[in-house]
Each structure stands twice: as C-alpha cells, then as structure tokens.
Design a binder for this molecule. Structure first.
Ligand code: HEM
Length: 494
C-alpha cells in the first residue's frame, strides 16, 4: 500500500519543463550530433536548470547547474548512482568497464580497488613514475615535435598501464598502446547514450549488414569486443607473473590481490581479473592535447607561466611536484584547461532508481540523467566571459590560488565521481609544467613564414578532444639537444 501511495504522490507533480519529442530525434544519429551539450545549454536558457525530454520512449533528465547536481547526485546519491543499461556495451565487449557498470556489488568492489590505489593519500607513490614518463615525453617532443599527439598518447597510456599492472610500454608502437587507441576510437562512439538508446529501441537495426549505410559501427563493435578481450587478458597475466616473481612495483592489481588475500573471498578474485579502464587513458590524453592547443592560441598565458617557472625553478631545471605550491599559475592554467572545454562534456549518464520529486517536479524512475558539465563550466555568473581562456580567474590579486572549484565540472559528482582524479591531476600537472619549462608552443608557419591560424575544434563522443591542429613545439633554450635535455633532467632530480 505504501508503494501505491508513493506512486500517487509522485505522479501528482508535473515533469520538469522541456521540449517534448525533441526535434533531435528526427535526425537521431545525431542530436546536434556533433555537440549536443551546446544544444542542451541553449535549452537550459529557455527551460531552466532541470530539463526533461524523451528520446525513443526513454525519459531523459538533463541537469544544467552545479547546485541541482549536488542536490541530486550527492545529497540523494542512493537514488542517482546507477548507470543506465547500454545496449551497445556488451556488443563492444565492455561489460567489465567500471565507468559504465550498473550499481551493485560488482561495481562496489571495483570502486574499492580503484580507490585503494588511486586515492589522494596513495597517489604520491606514482609521482616518480609520472616524472620518468613525462621526461620520456620531453625527449619525444625534442626528437619529433610533429608527432606530439603520439607522444602524449604514449605517456597517458603507459602511466595507466603502469599504475594498474606495473606494465611498462616501450614505444608508440607497443601493441597494447595500439589496442587501447583502436578500442577507444570505437567505444567512444558506440557507447554514446543516444546511439545506445537507438540500438536498444530498435534491436532489429543490428540485423542489418555492416555495409548498410550508417551500420559501420556494427562491424566496429565486433572489432572492439575482440580487442577488449586481449586488453584485459594480457596485462593481468603479466602482472600475476611479476607478482609471483616478487618483483612488482606499486600497482592496482598488486594492491587488489593483497587485499583479496588478506580479507577477500574467491569471488572477489574472479571479478578482479577484469578490473581495467582503458577509456580513462583518453581523458588525460584529451586534457594534455587541449592544453597544447590553448597555449598556441593564448601566448600571453604561456609567457606568464614560463616567467613564473623561470623565477621559481630557474632556467637550468625542470619543475618537480615539490615545486607545485610555488607555481600557482601552472595550476591556474590546468584548471582553466579543464573548465574551458570539459573533456567529458555530458559526464557519464546515470539512471534514477526510484520515482522522486525535486523542486516541485517529478523525476521518473528509470529516467536517464545527463549531467551537463559543459553548461556548468560556462556558467557566466561564476565564470565571467566563459568562452575566453583566462587562467587569472582562479587567482587572487596577490597571485595565490583561490580554493579549487573545478573538481566537479571536470570529474563529476557524488558516489560515481571520477575515482582516478588524483592520479590524473598529478600526471597532467607534471606534464604541463615540464613542457612549459622546456618548450614554447607556437603557431606553425607555412612555407612563406606566415603563421597558420588555428581555430579550436573538437571531436564528438562521450569524451571529446581537440581535432588535429598545426603547431610548432620549439625548445626555449638556445642550442637545446639530447645531452642538454638530459643535464636538465638530471639537475632537477639531484
Ligand atoms: C583528466 C583526466 C580525467 C577526467 C577529466 C575524468 C573524468 C571523469 C568523469 C567526468 C567521470 C564520470 C563521473 C560521474 O559519473 O559523475 C569519470 C569516471 C571514472 N574515471 Fe575518470 N577522468 C579522468 C582520468 C581518469 C583516470 C586517469 C582514471 C584511472 C586511473 C579514471 C578512472 C575513472 C573511473 C574508474 C570512473 C568510473 C567511476 C564510477 O563509475 O564509479 N579517470 N571520470
């Protein structure tokens, strides 16, 4: 009886305002396919911070403000921490993915293992690894600056594989780096909620042959499934071998196995095998690429950062994490990069467990909740001139940092907030501080010596990254060569 009463109670409230039967479904394969967050932000101006719509029979709730996100995703986290069923997830072989996993015991266990290794008090163990790998990135940039995207991808993939499995990648041609890159490309499209809803609503679509127009992703999903299998098997076996040889450095598999040994059960061990998150690689990768792009188009910010590095660290060393508190401008650049264009603009969708009411509106059970981080990061009253890149907005008049308010807009909310955020934070900081110390990132020039203009453009998908852009990465120190770079690195660690 209580259930019936509560259903009546909820249904007496109206749904939040919003466009009914959004026009976007007319051209489903894309909701302004390229950048739906822009359209949602527009809708927010019209309808408010909580918007309701329907796509192919699914209720959709879009949250456009931090205050509403905190109220629902944090304060009512029991009701808003589940992920929706994604019809394309199994097809891509991603059932193991913590990010997309439905709420429950398996997720709880995964989260515990991630947290144990990547929580803020534990990530300092990875600082030497991040330094070593960032120096490798500097060498790559000196050797072949035009291949900067590959060097960055190699950096972000290798620190994650090290952090999870103590597995060192060797070069950009490493098989695992290649598998991660290929898988990411496919899953970021196939796991988009709109694509997934479409496939869920019309399973018959999957019976169409791969060559049928628009069905290329069916073939791609099969490829991703095969690659995912290889991705989770190989590193885990490698880790086990290292462990049994007693030669493992700190890593998640090591921490998790020790934990299972101490207090776990055999079923914990079974689930542990598929603890893996290749998708996370793409996120830090996008942030570092975006940083480079922002430096090309904002030379003033770059000069200010370099002047601070020179005055604090000196010209004959590169910044180390211990210098971080003396380099507030680098943190301001990092925050502004995360804010300027959140790399997971609509976060990862949630689903509502039970009917709810909020601010006089009904939120139906089973609705897909989209958190529009992009909208929050462009909130004009909090971030004036939000379309401009202004690191100074995070600094007090005396140049010290204001309290950080970017964690949620970059990493999400509540129980499902990014569990790798502390690891991501130090790994991205380490790279941007070191790159700024050694190189200047400039506009590339054409054959007549004229600067090639750059207009920031982004990919589409669950996570986004800047589309390829021309730039020139030039050493700041005259006559910089391999030996001088090595001296610089050595002087910094001495
Ligand atoms: C700058 C880089 C990164 C950004 C911007 C980022 C952002 C995000 C966001 C927005 C979410 C969804 C949160 C939500 O639902 O509210 C997420 C989830 C997640 N991230 Fe990250 N992330 C980054 C790096 C990483 C790294 C390096 C790792 C692994 C070490 C990682 C592991 C995860 C995991 C496992 C989840 C799923 C958490 C869950 O569903 O419980 N992320 N991340």
């Amino acid at each position: 009886r209580r259930h019936v009463k509560s259903a009546i109670h909820h249904s007496s409230y109206p749904l939040p305002p919003g466009p009914r039967g959004l026009p976007f479904i007319g051209k489903v394969i894309g909701v302004n396919t390229h950048a739906p967050w822009l359209m949602y932000a527009e809708r927010a101006k019209q309808y408010g911070d909580l918007v309701y719509t329907r796509i192919l029979g699914r209720d959709i709730i879009i949250i456009n403000s931090e205050a509403v996100a905190k109220d629902l995703l944090e304060n009512r986290s029991r009701n808003y921490s589940d992920r929706p069923f994604l019809a394309t997830k199994s097809l891509c072989g991603r059932d193991f993915s913590t990010i997309f996993m439905e709420y429950g015991d398996r997720w709880r266990l995964h989260r515990r293992f991630f947290h144990q290794t990547f929580r803020s008090e534990a990530v300092h163990r990875f600082v030497p690894l991040q330094h070593r790998k960032a120096c490798q990135l500097l060498r790559g940039l000196l050797d072949s600056p035009h291949r900067f995207s590959e060097h960055i991808f190699e950096y972000t993939t290798s620190i994650i594989l090290n952090g999870m499995y103590d597995l060192d990648t060797k070069t950009q041609t490493d098989e695992l780096v290649d598998i991660v890159a290929k898988t990411l490309k496919i899953i970021l499209f196939a796991l988009r909620p709109d694509i997934s809803i479409l496939v869920g609503a019309f399973p018959a679509l999957l019976k169409l042959p791969s060559w049928f127009p628009g069905m290329f992703f069916k073939r791609d999903m099969a490829i991703a499934k095969e690659l995912s299998k290889r991705y989770i098997e190989k590193p885990f076996q490698y880790s086990l071998q290292k462990l049994s040889a007693g030669s493992s450095a700190p890593c998640m598999v090591f921490d998790a196995l020790r934990n299972v040994e101490e207090k776990g059960t055999s079923s914990d061990a079974r689930w542990m095998k598929d603890l893996s998150e290749a998708a996370a690689t793409g996120l830090s990768n996008s942030v570092i690429s975006l940083f480079l792009l922002m430096m090309v188009v904002n030379p003033k910010a770059q000069k200010t950062a370099q002047a601070q590095i020179d005055s604090v660290v000196g010209g004959n060393k590169i910044p180390m994490i211990k210098d971080r508190s003396s380099l507030p401008y680098i943190d301001a650049i990092l925050r502004e990069t995360l804010r300027y264009s959140p790399v997971v603009p609509l976060s990862i969708p949630r689903t509502v467990v039970d009917d709810d009411t909020y601010a006089g509106f009904r939120i139906p059970k089973g609705a897909v909740v989209t958190t529009n981080l992009w909208s929050m990061a462009h909130n004009e009253s909090k971030y004036p001139k939000p379309h401009e890149f202004v690191p100074e907005r995070f600094l007090n008049d005396d140049g010290t940092l204001k309290p950080d308010d970017t964690e949620n807009i970059a990493y999400g909310f509540g129980r499902r907030i990014c569990v790798g955020r502390h690891f991501a934070d130090t790994s991205v900081w380490s790279v941007i501080a070191k790159i700024l110390a050694v190189f200047t990132i400039e506009h590339a020039k054409d054959e007549n010596g004229v600067e090639i203009p750059v207009e920031p453009k982004f990919s589409s998908g669950i996570t986004i990254h800047p589309l390829p852009f021309p730039c020139s990465i030039v050493p700041r120190i005259q006559g910089m060569n391999v030996e001088k770079l090595e001296q610089l690195i050595e002087a910094s660690t001495a």
